[in-house]
Ligand binder design. Structure first.
Ligand SMILES: O=c1[nH]cnc2c1ncn2[C@@H]1O[C@H](CO)[C@@H](O)[C@H]1O
Ligand SMILES: [Zn+2]
Length: 434
């Protein structure tokens, strides 16, 4: 069974349930879906066969906003307001982070993501060269941004520019088709207009994505209006940061005109319901306005210090429930749309393919346990996936046709858990001594 992780060749997932029908999924040697349907096995001479009976296949999930290595901060500080939480707890501890911490924290995040069906993620953090090592080894896809924070200081800005340029050069030099670089201006309250403009220009010049926090709290909006005379989305736009390559996380306090602006600019808006509820940001993303505007609404978990897990199956449920509750509409964000947010919309945001189970798409595939209680009965796959199951129902995960987890086994799990726990403990120890 172990060689399924290293075996290369064409593959057949035989007799698997997709949207209520039993089909075969044929995967070619390049890791692309060659065919899907009752006769798909005829399209290839499979080297590897995965038994799909008792399995439901869905496209691989895409986490469009996280800080992966914050797994090390899981449970370190909870139940606090955002500004206090960041400035009194999170940032002081992050000041002691090392590259090794980010490596093991990101490995743990990748393990957790694979175990809950995620095949690609959009990350913003520090020591991202080491995050790239972790992603490389774990086999999923990632877009990696250095979290650019200049706090209005010219000297700090110069250092952030250097760090951003270094990461982009590093990622390009790796030539790993699964790993992309992005530019990561943290937010309008931590980056000066000069910093934001530099980020926008550099991203444009490099043809890479912009990853930013936007309108997470009401305070962010009132402070931005007081300082710059305009709301955060307008401010970001004037600095050139709103583009079809932009992923804006949270988008809770956008007004209707800002939603239209995001739609016009072709921005991807990443909904992070668990983090928003936990930090009581007190307003849900206006999904209905963003959807009407044509913005690409996708899904993210945010980091493990504000979630505190990376389970997108759970997150789909939070999104569908929060939207209904907040906007008083039983019909808003139905299950099928929640699945699309976590799959095709996420794939569009990160440029990783169509994010669907179709011929010609990359074989980014999740097999859920059809015999798990949460999948009985199977009246409707989308419904069970969003409302009943969590990551525990994920059995097998493929990324570009490569098996990352099979029957819940991920190679190297024991070492990752041991080393990440040790790194977290040592990090807190260093902070306490300081
Ligand atoms: O919800 C959040 N809002 C704003 N900042 C956050 C949140 N979660 C994590 N970070 C912070 O963003 C930086 C990423 O490079 C880190 O400092 C991380 O702690
Ligand atoms: Zn965040």
């Amino acid at each position: 069974m172990n060689d399924i992780f290293t075996a290369r060749g064409s593959m057949l997932i035989a007799g698997v349930t997709v949207n209520g029908s039993t089909v075969d999924i044929a995967i070619d040697e390049e890791g692309m879906i060659a065919g899907i349907g009752k006769d798909a096995r005829k399209t290839i001479d499979a080297d590897i066969i995965i038994d799909g009976s008792d399995r439901v296949a869905i496209p691989g999930l895409v986490n469009t906003h996280t800080h992966a290595a914050m797994t090390l901060l899981r449970g370190y500080a909870d139940d606090m307001p955002l500004a206090e939480w960041l400035s009194e707890k999170i940032w002081p501890l992050e000041a002691h982070l090392s590259g090794d911490d980010v490596y093991w924290g990101t490995k743990l995040a990748c393990l957790e993501m694979i175990k809950s069906g995620t095949v690609a993620f959009n990350d913003m953090y520090f020591f991202m060269e080491r995050a790239a090592d972790a992603v490389d080894e774990m086999g999923l896809r990632a877009t990696l941004a250095y979290g650019f924070i200049d706090l209005g200081m010219e000297e700090k800005r110069a250092a952030e520019i250097k760090a951003t340029e270094a990461l982009v050069a590093h990622v390009k030099a790796r030539k790993n088709p699964r790993i992309q670089a992005a530019v990561g201006p943290h937010s309008v309250y931590t980056v000066s207009p000069e910093g934001l403009s530099w980020c926008a220009e550099f991203a444009e010049e490099q043809g890479i994505a912009v990853h930013v926090h936007l309108s997470e709290t009401e305070k962010e909006v009132t402070d931005c209006v007081a300082e710059f005379g305009k709301r955060p989305a307008v401010h970001l736009d004037e600095c050139g940061c709103l583009t079809p390559r932009t992923v804006a996380a949270h988008c809770c306090w956008l007004d209707e005109a800002e939603c239209r602006l995001l739609g016009e600019r072709g921005v991807s808006a990443s909904h992070n319901p668990a983090s928003n509820m936990k930090l009581a940001v007190n307003r849900a993303m206006p999904y209905h306005w963003l959807k009407a505007s044509g913005a690409n609404v996708c899904l993210g978990t945010d980091g493990c210090a504000s979630n505190n897990s990376l389970d997108l199956l759970e997150e789909m449920k939070f999104a569908a429930l929060l939207q209904k509750f907040a906007w008083n509409s039983q019909t808003l964000l139905p299950a099928g749309e929640a699945v699309a947010m976590a799959t095709s919309a996420g794939a569009r945001a990160l440029g990783t393919g169509p994010g669907t189970l179709t011929a010609g798409a990359p074989a980014d595939i999740v097999l859920l346990d059809a015999r798990a209680a949460c999948n009985i009965p199977l009246h409707n796959t989308d419904s069970n996936t969003v409302y009943a199951c969590n990551g525990g129902a994920v059995m097998t995960v493929l990324c570009q046709g490569r098996v990352l987890m099979h029957e819940r086994t991920v190679p190297g799990e024991e070492e990752i858990v041991r080393e990440a726990a040790a790194a977290a403990q040592a990090l807190v120890g260093r902070a306490r001594e300081a």
